[in-house]
Ligand binder design. Structure first.
Ligand code: FES
Ligand SMILES: [Fe+2]
Length: 396
């Protein structure tokens, strides 16, 4: 159980909040980059509680600016893109990708152009996603996780519906291995039937263990048949599980973007041409009506991820942690909260938090992809990823 203040410390994501400042030390995927086209060169996004516009100027450069114009606040989503940047539709103030004001029509106001810097964040286009870094300089390189950087596999980007709850509920779930055999019991038992819906397949499991790694946390599930299943959390907002690398990017305190980068090694070790140009799948809604919140909507529960969305969203827009009753099996959740607190303190002291890299050529990080690849083919009983791709609907 946490106090109200401790709950806020973990969950609030805006500028100046403890978790918000921590999250700003990492690169996050914020959009599919293929959505930013010549025909639609701007897109509104809210990330970490900030209203922003992604745009591509006519030189092909991608920018991420505060959406409200520095002049009198009109939205830059309606700006006109030019060779040099984006021009506000209202009076034409022109911004480049770094937030410099290049023109101030109808007059030329040098004092404003010199003294005002519009909020702008570094972005990268990679794997058909737009990635943003919203923290202080120096800007760190993107972390070289194997599932994002290895050339010898096929990737697919999967865009899940917006999660109508706080990001940390999804991350606590990533350190909660006990839920798999209960919540997902329709998908983990193969041809067997569970002894009861209360226990699901929980009696298949011998033990759960949790530990820290150089880049996050590890949860380990040991089955009674000797199979060991380990899933890393790449701190603070990524779960690596099966073929998927799951990103949970906070929109604001009560909404979260949910992307998967799925990666499957080629059987012969070759590097396919499209390894870094993955197709993108947009998943259908997991609730009906799609635009309503619990309890005024019904989740479909037709696959693993919709079941997860149900569990996360029905905890509330921000889970009521002062009202919870933790048990022994929640110790992974407790560990994650402790790590969050420690890393928030590191940031407050001006230090880099867990997992931030400074060397752009740092060694690629192994997130158990080999083990997952070889295990997944023959182990349907614990195969979350397989259940999802078989059952979930997609639209292109
Ligand atoms: S509000 Fe944007 S130029 Fe005036
Ligand atoms: Fe789950």
């Amino acid at each position: 159980m946490l106090t109200h203040e401790e709950n806020e410390q973990l969950t609030k994501v805006g500028p100046g909040t403890p978790a918000g400042e921590l999250l700003r030390r990492y690169w996050h995927p914020i959009s599919v980059s293929l959505e930013i086209t010549d025909e639609h060169p701007t897109k509104f996004v809210r990330i970490l509680g900030e209203d922003l516009v992604i745009f591509r100027d006519k030189s092909g450069r991608l920018g991420l600016l505060a959406d409200h114009c520095s002049h009198r606040g009109a939205s830059l989503v309606y700006g006109r893109v030019e060779e040099r940047g984006i021009s506000c539709a209202y009076h034409g103030w022109l911004y480049d990708c770094e937030g410099n004001i290049l023109e101030t029509p109808p007059e030329r106001n040098d004092a404003i152009m010199r003294s005002v810097k519009h909020t702008a964040y570094p972005v990268k286009e990679y794997l058909n996603l737009v990635w943003a870094y919203m923290g202080p300089t120096p800007v760190p390189p993107m972390t070289r996780f194997d599932t994002l950087f290895r050339p010898d596999g096929h990737r697919t980007i999967r865009v899940h519906p917006v999660l109508d709850c706080n990001w940390f509920q999804a991350m606590e779930n990533s350190m909660d291995p006990a839920h798999l055999q209960i919540l997902h019991q329709e998908f983990v038992g193969g041809d067997r039937k569970p002894v009861s819906t209360t226990r699901g397949y929980t009696d298949d499991v011998e033990s759960f263990e949790f530990s820290l790694t150089d880049y996050g946390l590890m949860k380990k599930r040991t089955y009674k048949n000797g199979v060991v299943d380990e899933h890393p959390v790449c701190f603070p907002s990524i779960l690596r599980q099966g073929p998927s690398t799951q990103f949970r990017t906070p929109i604001d305190d009560e909404h979260t973007l949910h992307f998967h980068v799925n990666f499957r090694l080629t059987e012969d070790g070759s590097s396919p041409d499209d390894a870094f140009d993955p197709p993108v799948e947009y998943m259908d809604a997991y609730k009906e009506p799609a635009d309503r919140l619990y309890p005024n909507t019904r989740f479909t529960l037709h696959a693993v991820i919709p079941q997860d969305h149900m569990a996360w969203e029905t905890q509330g827009p921000v889970a009521n942690r002062p009202g919870e009753h933790l048990s022994y099996s929640d110790r992974g959740v407790v560990l994650l909260r402790r790590v969050m607190k420690e890393q928030i303190e590191r940031v407050a002291q001006g230090l880099d938090p867990l997992g931030v890299q400074r060397d752009p050529d740092h060694e690629m990080i192994n997130t158990n992809i080999d083990e997952d690849f070889w295990q997944r083919g023959g182990r349907g009983s614990v195969n979350e990823g397989k259940a999802m791709s078989k059952k979930a609907g997609t639209k292109s």
